[in-house]
Design a protein around this ligand. Structure first.
Ligand SMILES: C[S@@+](CC[C@H](N)C(=O)[O-])C[C@H]1O[C@@H](n2cnc3c(N)ncnc32)[C@H](O)[C@@H]1O
Length: 231
């Protein structure tokens, strides 16, 4: 199936509210499990960065699981970040370790070579130019930084996309079903992500794996990034 991009930012207030109210506990728990498997325990005292953090459910899970970690979390949608702010402020122990950044990638507000851990869930498929994510990760990673990016994979056909919407969002509000279907159409296939990593000079550091019937994950450590093709 041909990729059909969707708008980058989720900045409609109703869209943001519906997304924040949805139950993503299964994929978000998978995200944390993958992080544990990658050895995130070593980074307990480090500094993390979440790109496209949305309402910050993964930030909350991460900082509950690693009680001495600090996290900067960036999103370009003001309504999403307002929901993230409310969720984080309800947990003072976590609020003191979190910095929210309202900015669109590529961002001039991220420190270079500063982060021990860089995570991103469900951002990649929103990007019209996916190299924006890989360049941002390269620039923000400390040498040896752990990276975990998870996203949807594009199904083979519109029929398969519709079937996934029925399986995982049958009772969801209309706005959420619509967003989920559009996201599946906008997502990348694993081979496309592998090619993005080659272009970014990250193919030797990060690898792509299919991790569920609708998700892929990219993980590894950035010891030194290759030159990249600049495309
Ligand atoms: C599907 S949500 C995922 C939110 C969160 N990571 C999660 O797992 O629930 C994607 C988020 O990426 C944000 N986003 C999309 N393009 C962006 C860009 N270029 N810069 C910053 N944020 C962006 C959207 O506003 C939205 O909040």
């Amino acid at each position: 199936m041909q990729r059909r991009p969707e708008p980058e930012l989720m900045d409609g207030p109703e869209q943001a509210r519906a997304y924040a109210a949805a139950d993503f506990s299964e994929p978000n728990a998978l995200f944390l499990r993958l992080l544990e498997q990658q050895g995130a325990d070593d980074l307990a005292h480090g500094r993390a960065l979440d790109l496209g953090c949305g309402p910050a459910d993964i930030v909350l899970r991460l900082l509950r699981r690693y009680p001495t970690l600090h996290c900067d979390a960036l999103d370009g949608s003001a309504p999403m970040l307002a929901l993230a702010r409310a969720a984080i402020d309800a947990r003072p122990d976590i609020a003191s370790r979190t910095r929210l950044i309202c900015d669109k990638l590529p961002s001039g507000h991220l420190a270079a070579a500063a982060y021990d851990l860089i995570i991103s869930n469900s951002l990649l498929h929103h990007l019209h130019e996916p190299q924006v994510l890989w360049r941002s990760i390269r620039a923000a990673a400390k040498p040896g930084a752990l990276v975990l990016v998870m996203d949807l994979t594009r199904p083979a056909s519109a029929g398969q996309a519709a079937a996934l919407v029925e399986t995982y969002a049958a009772d969801a509000p209309q706005v959420l079903k619509h967003d989920f279907r559009n996201s599946l159409h906008a997502a990348f296939e694993p081979t496309e992500v592998t090619q993005q990593l080659r272009v970014a000079g990250l193919a030797e550091q990060l690898s792509v794996q299919v991790v569920s019937d609708r998700h892929l994950a990219v993980w590894g450590r950035i010891e030194h990034a290759g030159p990249g093709s600049g495309v």
